[in-house]
Structures are given as structure tokens and as C-alpha cells.
Write a protein of this length. Structure first.
Length: 112
């Protein structure tokens, strides 16, 4: 019987996994989209003459849900509801995107 020594995991192991690269690509695209959204909203508020406090609050408003919900959602996802949680989040995100597109196409977006 031949025994082989256990190979210690390397820090480069994730780089050899295709799923890891898909996750990295999706995360990069998401970050760019959020950045474009923040810049567009802040630009619109600047053009409409809003105060600097209102303009700066855009970034805070985007960060607050993450700060408040990250830990509870992690716990919920780890307890077995991960797939359902991801599907629900994607449905809410898609619904919000469609609603924003419809409101913008109607032209009912107030300037500030």
C-alpha cells in the first residue's frame, strides 16, 4: 500500500479555479456599475444646485444598507438559505432596475 503525503493548500489554488474568475469578473462589473450610478446621481444633484451635504449623502445612502444588513444576511445564508437569499436579492435588484428605467423613461424624475 502506497501512502501519499497530504499536499498543503496554496494561496494560489483559487487562481486555478474557473468559478473564482467568474466571481471576480462579476464583482468587478458590479463595482463599476455602482460607481457609474453614484457619479451620475452626484452629477445630477450638482447640476440641479443641491448643497454639498446632499451630494455627499449619496455615498452614505448606498453604504448604509450594506453596513446594517451584511452580518444578518451572512448568518441567514450560512444557515442553509443561501440559494433562496441570492435568488430573492436578484429579483429585488431586477425589479428596482426595471422600476427605475420605467420612471426615467416616463420623464417623471424630479431634479432634486
Amino acid at each position: 500500500m502506497v501512502q501519499t503525503a497530504a499536499v498543503a493548500p496554496s494561496l494560489r489554488d483559487p487562481l486555478r479555479n474557473a468559478d473564482f474568475w467568474v466571481l471576480v469578473a462579476v464583482q468587478c462589473v458590479t463595482n463599476v456599475c455602482v460607481w457609474v450610478f453614484v457619479v451620475a446621481v452626484q452629477w445630477t444633484l450638482t447640476v440641479s444646485g443641491e448643497s454639498s451635504t446632499v451630494i455627499a449623502s449619496v455615498q452614505t445612502a448606498l453604504a448604509i444598507p450594506f453596513l446594517l444588513l451584511a452580518l444578518p444576511m451572512y448568518v441567514w445564508g450560512e444557515r442553509g438559505a443561501g440559494q433562496m437569499l441570492m435568488q430573492g436579492a436578484l429579483l429585488v435588484l431586477a425589479g428596482a432596475a426595471v422600476a427605475a428605467a420605467v420612471i426615467a423613461s416616463i420623464g417623471d424624475v424630479p431634479p432634486g
